[in-house]
Design a protein around this ligand. Sequence first.
Ligand code: ZN
Ligand code: ZN
Length: 178
Amino acid sequence: MTTTGGCLCGAVRYEVDAAPVAVRTCWCTDCQKFAAGNATVNVVFPADAVRLEGKLTDYASTADSGNRMHRGFCPICGTPVTTGSEARPHLLGIRGGTLDDPALARPEITIWTRSAPSWAVIDPDIPCEETQPALPGPSTTSPRRAAAALDPVEDPDRRPRRLSGHAACATPRPRARG
Ligand SMILES: [Zn+2]
Ligand SMILES: [Zn+2]
């Protein structure tokens, strides 16, 4: 299956010849900036399966964990297209809104609900995490589990601010099976 997509103006296009290893909705404060106030939806693919055409501008920053993060956006129209961590170069996140068929980007987990605004709509039918899921050890890491722990953004805790938080993820819920 080939997944295709691109930015708003069409200067950046991509094709992916692999299934996503994870799809995550992220409500961290950084993502709320990239996503114009909402959460980002990140479709994580094996990096070597993504063929990009056109030039992305790279915005690099360092997370509290020390991981160097890279976000790629179109320099013409500004659309956020990619996100990735130098700690996990084998994975590349594609912003869900850039898919030619956004229906493919059905999230399977919501993360950083702690920093979601109180009006945020959080899917009650999928697991959620108040912050970032812990990164499992390499010996026990399945690709999907590893991708679930992928850090598409730096820890927003490095910029303390007053947050109302979101009640949707206040109590643990059963993990979806399958
Ligand atoms: Zn563009
Ligand atoms: Zn985020």
